[in-house]
Ligand binder design. Structure first.
Ligand SMILES: NC(=O)c1ccc[n+]([C@@H]2O[C@H](COP(=O)([O-])OP(=O)(O)OC[C@H]3O[C@@H](n4cnc5c(N)ncnc54)[C@H](O)[C@@H]3O)[C@@H](O)[C@H]2O)c1
Length: 262
């Protein structure tokens, strides 16, 4: 039996690389998917792809910083599929780099609105339905950069750390409703964006994979596999935790990967 048979998942940022990968994997595992993204075009493209593979999916335009749009997405999903059992929050905005003096207040607020408050809003408008369905799972995408800082990435790193703590408290509050909540912290994952930046997977691996414990970057499919685990009954006793899908990036703090060989 497929891992997510009979589930209905709302995936924010579902038009993106990781969100899209999760949506596709969940659909393969039997779930119906509401692919939500600020870009309707991207959401529709992923939903069409899932339908073309025999799955059930709709695309919905949602800016997660807008409470009315988050609420409307939940209402539309319920109208289309009759219930919601699963929420994945994978949307994030590209935060401007810079130290505190350089970041404009509006950019700071936008990063918080999309990366952090957006999760709060998507949870706010779907948890009642998940409870009504008898329980389910929330999977929030954080980042290895929520575990350690990077120069000039104040907004991104701070929002990702906040996502993890938010999710712990969510797990505590909703455990009695049989709703589990966990985060995934991806490390360096090859996506369209990183491929655009580094030119090719080989080059991305050369630049970002070097010094990683596994000597390479990760794939969208590897993050999606972790999300499928956390959304399914395979993780039925796992809540309030963070799953690092970072190839060991966070455990290794050295500068050389010379192996102990005697
Ligand atoms: N790619 C990596 O290496 C990596 C590493 C760690 C964490 N992450 C996290 O994984 C998640 C997905 O990242 P990705 O690499 O797939 O990036 P991506 O840009 O492909 O996906 C992000 C999606 O969010 C959407 N989005 C942006 N603003 C939105 C808004 N206001 N409302 C709704 N949707 C909005 C975008 O349109 C996009 O489709 C993010 O939370 C990111 O921080 C990525």
């Amino acid at each position: 039996m497929a891992l997510l048979e009979g589930r209905v998942a709302v995936v924010s940022g579902g038009g993106g690389d990781i969100g899209g990968g999760i949506a596709r994997r969940f659909a393969k595992e039997g779930a119906a998917i509401a692919v939500c993204d600020v870009s309707l075009e991207k959401a529709e493209a992923v939903a069409a792809d899932i339908r073309a593979s025999g799955g059930r999916a709709i695309g919905i335009a949602v800016d997660v910083s807008r409470p009315d749009q988050c609420e409307a997405a939940a209402t539309r999903t319920l109208a289309e599929f009759g219930k919601i059992t699963t929420l994945v929050n994978a949307s994030a905005t590209v935060s401007p780099d810079g130290n505190v003096e350089k970041i404009a207040l509006d950019d700071w607020k936008r990063a918080l609105d999309v990366n952090f408050t957006g999760m709060f809003l998507m949870c706010k408008y779907t948890l009642g339905a998940i409870r009504a369905a008898g329980g389910g799972a929330v999977v929030n995408i954080a980042s290895s950069h929520g575990h350690f800082g990077l120069p000039g990435r104040t907004a991104y790193c701070s929002t990702k750390a906040a996502v993890m703590h938010f999710t712990r408290v969510l797990a505590i509050d909703y455990g009695p409703d049989n709703i589990r909540a966990n985060t995934i912290s991806p490390g360096p994952i090859d996506t369209e964006r990183s491929l655009r930046r580094y030119g090719s997977r080989e080059n991305s691996n050369r630049v970002r994979g070097v010094g990683q414990v596994l000597g390479r970057t990760g794939t969208v499919e590897e993050v999606a596999a972790a999300a499928a685990f956390l959304a399914s009954d395979e993780s039925s006793f796992v809540t309030g935790t963070d799953l690092l899908v970072d190839g060991g990036q966070t455990s290794f703090k050295g500068s050389s990967l010379e192996r102990y060989s005697s």
